[in-house]
Design a protein around this ligand. Structure first.
Ligand SMILES: C[S@@+](CC[C@H](N)C(=O)[O-])C[C@H]1O[C@@H](n2cnc3c(N)ncnc32)[C@H](O)[C@@H]1O
Length: 277
């Protein structure tokens, strides 16, 4: 069991880490919840056999080329195709039709990770005959994940789960309509990414994009302090058109967010909200 223990991180070392990230790389980690940030740092230190955060801080100061990979190591990239399938069913049945008469539908995935959420949306739009009108932005701070997202290729071990989730949303459509097996990989139809722009973007520190009909920011707020959740949700609500949809993770909440009063619930259980008129 001792081998499972992560190296400890003191508050002072954590503060030094935050300063380095801010001053050297312009990355603001002050609003990330300290407990989960310390855990992630501990697992990176363990991976490289670094007993103190000071050693990792030194590496970050002296090896700028490491930052791209470090961001991938420090962020949680867990995702799935049609993650939480009932939320996608709700989005399809209760929200997509609002936009069916528009010539253009702008969609933003904030914290898109390795792209499965984007592919889920693309399939949903395709099956609703809306894909050709969609302009999709997929953003993340993690370039390594975004590179994987653009390949639309995933390890074959994920097939069972992804197929199961897919069939919860589309019980009668064959999974193979969108996905092929190639050796050890599950390869998605690349035309699903035709209208997608993948961009490195930090929702905490950078100006948001604008005028979206749908914004998904799922399973990202959970890593932020309540104050940062409030700030980010305010930004996202500003980026929605009136009547636009915000979807957050099913385990997340708008409880701390002052901008919640500008949203009406479409489906509170599945965390789908609409910007009020
Ligand atoms: C747990 S994943 C969620 C993926 C997907 N949205 C889902 O629900 O399955 C969280 C993602 O947020 C990204 N992220 C963390 N901080 C971010 C920030 N400040 N700006 C943009 N993306 C961020 C991480 O790199 C990671 O890919």
């Amino acid at each position: 069991m001792l081998a499972d223990l992560l190296p400890e991180v003191s508050d002072a070392e954590l503060e030094q880490f935050r300063q380095i990230m801010l001053t050297q790389y312009g990355l603001d980690f002050s609003g990330y919840a300290p407990a989960s940030l310390k855990r992630r740092l501990g697992s990176v230190m363990k991976k490289y056999g670094l007993p103190t955060l000071a050693l990792l801080n030194h590496r970050l100061l002296t090896q700028p080329e490491y930052i791209k990979y470090f961001i991938n190591e420090i962020t949680v990239s867990t995702t799935e195709l049609f993650r939480d399938p009932p939320a996608w069913v709700a989005l399809r049945l209760q929200a997509l039709s609002f936009f069916s008469s528009l010539a253009e539908i702008r969609i933003w995935h904030v914290g898109a990770s390795t792209g499965e959420e984007v592919l889920s949306m693309a399939i949903l739009l395709q099956e609703s005959n809306l894909y050709e009108r969609a302009q999709i932005y997929a953003t993340d701070i993690d370039e390594v994940s975004l590179e994987k997202a653009q390949s639309a290729r995933y390890p074959i071990r994920l097939k069972r789960l992804y197929k199961q989730n897919f069939h919860q949303v589309f019980p009668t459509i064959p999974f193979e309509k969108y996905v092929q097996e190639e050796g050890n990989e599950l390869v998605f139809d690349k035309t699903l990414l035709k209208n997608v722009r993948f961009l490195k973007h930090n929702i905490v520190t950078e100006a948001p994009f604008e005028e979206f009909e749908i914004i998904l920011c799922r399973n990202l707020l959970i890593y932020f302090t309540p104050a940062l959740q409030d700030l980010v949700v305010t930004k996202l609500v500003e980026s929605l058109v009136t009547g636009g949809i915000l979807m957050i993770g099913t385990k997340e909440s708008l409880f701390w967010c002052t901008a919640a009063k500008r949203l009406a619930a479409i489906n509170d259980v599945e965390r789908i909200y609409r910007k009020r008129r």
